[in-house]
Design a protein around this ligand. Sequence first.
Ligand code: HEM
Ligand SMILES: N=C(Nc1cccc(CNC[C@@H]2CCCN2)c1)c1cccs1
Length: 348
Amino acid sequence: MLLEQVRIFLEQYTAENKLAQSYVEERLQQFTAAGAVDYTIEEMDYALKLAWRNSNKCIGRLFWKSLHTFDRRHLKTAQEIYEALLAHIDYATNGGKIRSTISVFDPSVRIWNHQLIRYAGYKTANEIIGDPASVEFTQKCQELGWQGAGGRFDVLPLVIQVGDAAPVVFDIPKTHILEVELRHPTLEWFRELGLKWYAVPMISDMKVEIGGLDFVSVPFNGWYMGTEIGARNLADSERYNMLPIIAEKMGLDTSKNMTLWQDYALVELNRAVLYSYKEDGVSIVDHHTAVEQFLLFEKQEQQAGREVTGNWAWLLPPMSPATAAIYHRPMDNTKHKPFYRYQQAPYQ
Ligand code: HEM
Ligand SMILES: N=C(Nc1cccc(CNC[C@@H]2CCCN2)c1)c1cccs1
């Protein structure tokens, strides 16, 4: 029952923020008198940080206390929500010195995008141009009237729905989009591949349950771990599938696995990602440093008397996993609420 779950959340908020126990009863009485649960910005801010700290698949949790919260629960029209999303993008991007940020909207708002900035995928008769992971959403945007340029790196529009009104499509002006053109520290030909990626990953399709209330529009961003771009987005055969092309350019023998040509290409692609982001002053973390930061997070949590939970398979980087200390031990994947979780897409 709702108020019971609200009580549990308020108990944790009160204990961790060293407030008087009477705070819980006061707040429950206010909610009962008002006939609605309306968390303060301080309660929301704590809950959203806590949900990050509880997210078992996240390797970046060392910085959970530095999350910046924008309270946008009062916004009602698609236009003002669009403007709030542009403000989030600008604040988070910060010229490349990325700030972990989250915006929380009224539960009647839905953002149809998987990420605020992501590339379109165009499926034609015999090929896919752009990001294959975006084909379905790109088709949805086209049905809603969006005209893409048909290129490999077209940024998709924001699709915002308020209540059960028709969704509204908004282009993101280029001035708000920071991207990094990929080049390699020593392989001069790498630049000719014409590869780039956007600076800030901003997940916009997850929800968080706080004391029994579902917040279904909580776009959040951090910065990338290099392997996400270099070992998955640009490497997967069902994504940009760049390994064969890079191996060819490297002059490797790609006719048999035993030459480990895929592994050679993978390392050079990931070196190019880290080198380019670093040189452009865009925040990024390599997977070895990210693992070290996670080990620090574990130590910090244990010193605070809290058990650390994690999803072993997701926390291991997709490159050289056995170089990560956490590879060699099991992990408790218990789920503690609140945490960020998947939800049914509004258009499926
Ligand atoms: C600050 C830098 C951060 C880094 C480097 C980082 C890194 C990562 C990485 C590499 C993943 C795995 C993603 C994948 O394999 O697709 C992940 C997952 C996740 N992160 Fe973080 N993260 C950061 C900040 C955040 C923030 C600010 C939040 C939320 C407030 C967050 C919440 C999550 C969640 C919920 C997942 C699991 C996503 C899923 O289930 O698909 N992370 N993170
Ligand atoms: N660095 C990041 N990466 C990240 C975090 C959460 C979710 C995702 C996207 N994960 C989904 C993809 C697609 C299938 C497997 N990975 C990326 C962050 C995104 C937002 C905050 S940090």
